[in-house]
Design a binder for this molecule. Structure first.
Ligand SMILES: CC1(C)O[C@H]2[C@@H](O1)[C@@]1(COC(C)(C)O1)O[C@@H]2CNc1nc2cc3nc(N)[nH]c(=O)c3cc2[nH]1
Length: 373
């Protein structure tokens, strides 16, 4: 068990990388998908189940946990790993993005962000220093800098000023983070949909010699080609031997195409949120269990899956649960979806090691296009 934070590059296939992040709480096999555990829970799942599906790390949110139950309270209760019974690595987002997408009445300045809680309306101030302090109180293994995710479309000078603010905040977060052995603080590349600003942000953050780099400001509704063009610009500008994390991504197709461009880590609410809304991700594409065509279909989602939710329950039963609003419907579909996402990542890791990623990606796309037989 290592007491430090180490990223090892084990294999490459084109721009794609097979790696490992080793940390005191465990090893993260990359490319990796991080199930989203926003408020200290991966919704509708037991943590043992999440682990059994192959997740090496989960994501938590500073914004949600600082509002409820409170960072100091979680610290008094032994930290987020103890509180949520997840002893493996946790990455926490810094809160800026959630403030801008969830909080009411927020004000952003050089100092930080001020906002009213969407829960009880209490006003909170979050500086880069306070965000890092909260993530430390939670016991987070990988802490994200506080940044600003500018809403697109935006004028170039607006994107530039926002990107430069995030760079100044990265510097302040690095100082606030200090030296926490075995933990890491990642910078976040911004720059909107402007390739030159993206490269400037990546190069400036590289100069801070951080342990890892996230690509932010994407997966906010932009067309996939725009997101991929930004990755084509950013990844070559980031250090080869440090992990790269694309925030908020994505669908299986987004993930495959981003791995092919050199991304190592992902998080997305899609598999869990879609599961709660009756949507199943499978190797034959998406299946909407709300659709009446499933009402008497006795087939499982995927008879060849090793996940009981995919293998042992008929579509008719899942359709019934979803239509009836039964909790088990969301539980089984979340279980299926996270299982599919983890098997997708395992397949990508194997394909990169074997040097056959292009063929594997083509086979995946064919399966999704073939649709549900
Ligand atoms: C707010 C919520 C739950 O997070 C999801 C989902 O809604 C939604 C809303 O609309 C879609 C696109 C469908 O996905 O966007 C989220 C997924 N995209 C995303 N997450 C991000 C997190 C981020 N964190 C930081 N610190 N900085 C960023 O630049 C950043 C960018 C991100 N982009």
């Amino acid at each position: 068990m290592t007491q430090s934070f180490q990223f090892s590059l084990l294999a490459t296939d084109g721009a794609a990388r097979r790696g490992e992040v080793s940390m005191p709480r465990g090893t993260i096999r990359t490319p990796a998908f991080m199930p989203v555990g926003t408020a200290g829970t991966v919704k509708a799942m037991y943590m043992d189940q999440v682990r059994d599906l192959g997740a090496d790390i989960i994501l938590g949110n500073t914004y949600h946990l600082m509002l409820r139950p409170g960072a100091e309270r979680v610290a008094r209760l032994g930290g987020l790993h103890e509180f949520a019974r997840w002893p493996h690595p946790i990455l926490t987002d810094s809160g800026g993005f959630q403030v801008m997408s969830l909080a009411q009445l927020r004000k952003l300045s050089e100092k930080g962000v001020t906002f009213k809680s969407h829960i009880d309306g209490v006003v909170h101030e979050m500086s880069p220093e306070r965000s890092i302090e909260i993530q430390g109180l939670l016991g987070s293994d990988i802490q994200m800098q506080l940044d600003e995710c500018v809403a697109l479309p935006a004028e170039r000078d607006v994107i530039e000023r926002s990107m430069e603010l995030s760079l100044r905040w990265a510097d302040r977060c690095k100082i606030a983070f200090g030296d926490q052995p075995g933990r890491a603080m990642f910078g976040i590349v911004q720059g909107g949909d402007d390739e030159a600003l993206r490269v400037r942000s990546a190069e400036a953050l590289t100069g801070l010699d951080l342990k890892g780099y996230a690509v932010g400001g994407l997966a906010v509704g932009e067309p996939q080609p725009v997101m991929l063009a930004m990755l084509d610009a950013v990844c070559p500008a980031l250090p080869q031997h440090k992990p790269r994390y694309l925030m908020g991504v994505g669908t299986p197709d987004d993930i495959v195409k981003s791995v092919q461009r050199g991304i190592d880590m992902f998080d997305c609410v899609m598999p869990t949120r879609a599961g709660r809304h009756g949507l199943a991700y499978t190797r034959h594409g998406k299946i909407n269990l709300r659709n009446a065509r499933h009402a008497e279909d006795s087939r499982p989602l995927d008879a060849e899956s090793d996940c009981p939710a995919a293998r042992d329950y008929s579509r008719a039963y899942l359709h019934h649960l979803v239509k009836a609003g039964e909790a088990l419907g969301g539980m089984l579909l979340t279980w299926n979806n996270l299982s599919y996402y983890q098997s997708l990542m395992q397949g990508l890791r194997d394909a990169i090691e074997a040097g056959r990623l292009a063929d594997h990606a083509a086979a995946l796309a064919e399966g999704w296009a073939r649709g549900d037989l």
